[in-house]
Design a protein around this ligand. Structure first.
Ligand code: NAP
Ligand code: HSE
Length: 428
């Protein structure tokens, strides 16, 4: 019989348990598809005695993931602990040094150390695969690095954080407050160990930077992603957007321009009837544009046990089959350092502000916008029984620079109760 591919799995949380469960339930199917059995030699997590709802019988236990990564009976180290540094990075490095391939779902680690780890893997003749790190069960890395390998990619974009989409859509559909929806997302296993990574847009920014590296053949440049989270979006914004025919999505866009690489992850209003606008719950969507293939749209579950474990297994099976692709789709030495560029494409903006309810306040706002070169498309002051007047403005298309000048000026008027909420409108 062909020799088995032997895994060492570090991390037995949401994703790790999903992987163990697939391997236990689908032994024959995996073996048939991979052309050899896929087995687990050893596992590691923090607490040995925790009931994980899946049998670990027959697997050796290691308290230390680094020791697991070095075991002689492990061919592939499966890193499912998380964290950009610490044990995840130490064990990944130990695995590569010991001649093991690595499969990981850890976008934080790869967004920060991906290039160095790729160089190290290639120096050792090993691969690192990370399908599960981006958009859960959607095979987007495979689509870019294999399916679209003959294209020059012009743009990648999408909704890539399940928690944020879940929170935004559930607040709208159930009229539930943020805290309650956040608790639901936690129970469903969508949240990162540090949830500010999710709601701060950082997790989605990690994913966008990784996708951009594969799409454009550049070194991962997470520090250059223009980032904004969903933490300032209120139920009021969600309702106002709906009344205008839009929904709010945390949208990522990366595109190579003559000025350099633009990478932006921020909440946007998108038309409610568009494919992105219709995304519900933890569903993700990635849109890939190639010069030969045109636009490819992939939609699916972006988080959770089954979808993420599915992506991990795709990578494991590829390794078992002998499919060996450089970490970011081409040798690390050929990945260019991208020149970061600020997005300059004009867009309309949604502005919501709380105005002191006194003569001339609204006129002052209109003047400041006009002086910054920002033209108003629609404006309304809606009903209130508070001393401040809620005002909503939709601008005509304008540049981010002009908008920033306007926001600066608005802050100095003395008629605003707090900083305005400004959300880009993307007619995608
Ligand atoms: P999780 O439920 O918090 O599980 C983390 C696991 O790692 C736990 O089993 C924990 O052990 C173990 N662990 C943590 N520190 C350790 C250490 N020092 N030594 C040994 N084991 C350690 O996390 P998760 O949701 O499965 O996520 C795992 C990875 O997948 C992360 O990189 C995450 O970003 C990524 N990811 C998650 C999802 C998702 O939907 N959850 C989707 C895509 C990617 P104990 O159980 O004993 O505490
Ligand atoms: N917290 C992440 C999300 C998990 O919600 O998308 C999947 O990467």
């Amino acid at each position: 019989m062909t020799h088995p591919l032997r895994l060492g799995i570090a991390g037995l949380g949401t994703v790790g348990v999903g992987v163990v469960s697939i391997i236990r339930r689908k032994t024959a199917l995996l073996s048939a598809r991979a052309g050899r059995p896929i087995t687990i030699s050893a596992v590691s997590a923090r607490s040995r005695n925790k009931d994980r709802g899946v049998s670990l019988d027959g697997y050796a236990w290691e308290d230390d993931p680094v020791a697991l990564a070095r075991r002689d009976d492990v061919d592939v180290f499966v890193e499912l602990m998380g964290g950009s540094d610490g044990p995840a990075k130490a064990a990944t490095e130990a695995a590569l040094a010991a001649g093991k391939d690595v499969v990981t779902a850890n976008k934080a680690m790869l967004a920060i150390h991906g290039h160095t780890l790729a160089e190290r893997a290639e120096a050792e003749g090993r691969v690192i695969r990370f399908e599960a790190a981006i958009a859960g069960g959607i095979p987007v890395v495979k689509a870019l690095s294999e399916g679209l390998a003959g294209n020059s990619v012009t743009r990648v974009m999408g909704v890539m954080n399940g928690v944020c989409n879940y929170i935004l859509t559930r607040m709208e559909s159930a009229g539930l407050p943020y805290a309650e929806v956040f608790g639901e997302a936690d129970r469903l296993g969508y949240l990162e160990a540090d949830p500010t990574l999710d709601v701060g847009g950082i997790d989605a920014g990690h994913k966008l930077a990784l996708l951009a590296a594969v799409a454009f053949g550049v070194r991962v440049g997470f520090d250059d992603v223009e980032l904004e989270g969903i933490d300032r979006i209120s139920v009021e914004d969600i309702g106002q957007a709906r009344d205008l025919g839009y929904r709010i999505k945390l949208l990522g866009v990366a595109q190579m321009t003559a000025r350099g690489l633009e990478q932006r992850m921020s909440p946007c209003l998108v038309p409610a009837g568009s494919p992105l606008g219709q995304l519900e719950g933890a569903t993700n969507m990635t849109v890939l544009e190639g010069d030969a293939a045109g636009q490819i749209v992939l939609r699916g579950a972006g988080a959770g046990q089954g979808p993420t474990a599915s992506a991990v297994m795709a990578d494991v099976i590829d390794i078992a089959r002998g499919c060996r692709i450089p970490v970011f789709g081409q040798p690390a030495a050929t990945l260019k350092r991208a020149q970061p560029a600020k997005s300059v494409a004009p867009a309309a903006y949604y502005l919501r502000m709380a105005l002191q309810d006194r003569p001339g306040a609204l006129a002052r706002i209109a003047t400041v916008l006009g002086e910054a070169g920002v033209s108003i498309d629609r404006m309304r002051q809606y009903g209130h029984d508070t001393p401040t007047a809620p005002v909503l403005i939709i601008t005509h298309e304008t540049t981010r620079d002009a908008l920033d000048r306007a926001l600066d000026g608005l802050g100095r008027t003395g008629v605003l109760e707090n900083d305005p909420v400004a959300i880009r409108i993307e007619n995608v």
